[in-house]
Write a protein that binds this ligand. Structure first.
Ligand code: CA
Ligand code: CA
Length: 281
């Protein structure tokens, strides 16, 4: 009896050992196979086919940007100053303390009429664009720059607050910009900015309307004063207001703060043929 039991135990132990060896061999074989597996080939990121319409739109925008006047080489004019409180902004922007905050001369270009496009009465006075047509006030559509010449007071300017109401018209509005330039034979941009820097919500949805408001930096105002006192003929002083290129423009408005009252200067001959907005105190 004892011998038979011992035999069973012996056979059991032998079988167990065999199974153990066989399973460990299988595991190591599996590991070897895993190691031997060739590495998966690297896949290139998925390349979308080029969109010819988008490429064409971007090429057209590049061409339009070249039609705008060159930027004056002055780092001070690259400032973007958004401040809703005129008194606080004036005290910050004007170098000498102001005993009294002067009333601004308000110059409105275009009708404040929520984009009512009436080409018979809406008329821009294009300026500073080379080789491209300017869009009109309230004119819908994409890929068209806007430019309009306004008369500014012939006085020493302390500060200028700008306001423009625009509507996203689609295409590529995210890269749209606004500019202020000194017109004439030698147009120069004395301030410009991406619209997205003036309002983080731009461009929003197609058809969305934005009213942008900002101050020209002191360096830009200095360039305007130099133009008024050293370059302009008599009191014929103008600014060119521009923007590109996928938005409609309801109106532009300038709040011009002068040292004195609100002089407008003598009108040049034929001024009636040059729509330039209305000036009021
Ligand atoms: Ca654009
Ligand atoms: Ca309008």
């Amino acid at each position: 009896m004892n011998r038979r039991l011992l035999m069973f135990v012996g056979v059991g132990v032998a079988l167990g050992a065999c199974l153990l060896v066989a399973s460990s061999q299988l595991v190591s074989q599996g590991q070897k196979q895993e190691k031997a597996k060739p590495p998966e080939p690297k896949r290139d990121p998925v390349k979308l086919p080029p969109d010819p319409a988008r490429a064409e739109a971007e090429a057209l925008e590049q061409k339009l940007v070249k039609a705008f006047p060159p930027l004056i080489d002055d780092p001070g004019i690259r400032q973007v100053i958004i401040d809703g409180d005129p008194e606080a902004a004036l005290r910050r922007l004007v170098p000498t303390p102001l005993p009294v905050i002067p009333k601004p001369c308000v110059i409105t270009a275009g009708d404040v009429d929520n984009f009512q496009y009436t080409p018979q009465t809406d008329q821009v006075s294009p300026c500073c664009l080379t080789g491209v047509r300017s869009r009109n006030f309230d004119e819908p559509g994409v890929n068209k720059p806007f430019s309009h010449r306004v008369r500014i007071p012939c006085c020493k300017i302390l500060a200028i607050r700008c306001e423009v109401r625009i509507r996203n018209e689609g295409d590529i509005p995210s890269n749209d910009r606004v500019y202020v330039a000194i017109p004439g034979a030698r147009c120069r941009t004395i301030w410009s900015s991406d619209i997205s820097a003036l309002d983080k919500a731009w461009p929003g949805k197609t058809g969305q309307v934005f009213t942008l408001s900002w101050w020209l930096p002191p360096a830009s105002v200095q360039h305007i004063n130099r133009y008024i006192f050293e370059e302009a003929q008599g009191c014929d002083c103008f600014l060119c207001l521009l923007s590109q290129d996928d938005h409609a423009v309801d109106y532009w408005r300038l709040y011009v703060y002068c040292c004195e009252c609100c002089p407008t200067g003598p009108k040049p001959a034929g001024a009636a043929a040059t729509p330039e907005g209305s000036a009021s105190e």
